[in-house]
Design a protein around this ligand. Structure first.
Ligand code: NI
Length: 162
């Protein structure tokens, strides 16, 4: 079973690499990420969070089929933004409100290398943006004001010592 890395691991703040091989090992990675995400009750997980520097993330909201995004590009974002409380499997127990565009259009390829494009809003758009950020080494604590970020990380540091 894959471990999910937590804040402080350097791979979480690095830009991940494009995927060029669509083989068995990629399928196995996706299956193992899916298991790890379900075990930790997440709704999204990016490959760098399991220690793999690849541009891949998965989204699984409620009982919807698993969505796999490889080499994704957010090609459009709505002007309209929304505030929503986010958590991250790499920051267990930390939640705070983040402002992001309400809707996005994203292009990616699936696990067989086949291109697709979707328009997402609501929770799906939110999870996509959060996971997409992980591929560029951007964490949800980077999407809030510096003072809020500092408070959050101080709080997180304190929680880790408990
Ligand atoms: Ni996350």
């Amino acid at each position: 079973m894959l471990n999910i890395l937590t804040y402080g691991e350097s791979i979480l703040t690095e830009k991940a690499n494009e995927i060029t091989e669509f083989d068995q090992s990629l399928q196995r990675l996706i299956e193992e990420m899916h298991e790890a995400m379900q075990r930790d009750h997440g709704i999204g997980l990016a490959a760098p969070q399991v220690g793999t520097s690849k541009r891949l993330f998965i989204v699984g909201i409620d009982d919807e089929p698993l969505r796999v995004f490889i080499n994704p590009h957010i090609v459009a974002s709505s002007q309209e933004t929304t505030e929503l409380e986010e958590g991250c499997l790499s920051f267990p127990g930390l939640y705070f409100t983040v402002v992001r565009p309400l809707a996005v259009d994203i292009e990616a390829v699936d696990m067989h290398g086949k291109p697709f494009r979707i328009s997402a809003d609501g929770l799906l758009a939110r999870v996509i943006q959060h996971e997409y950020d992980h591929l560029d080494g951007i964490l949800f604590v980077d999407r809030v004001s510096p003072s809020k970020r500092k408070r959050a990380l101080t709080h997180y540091g304190r929680m880790l010592k408990m």
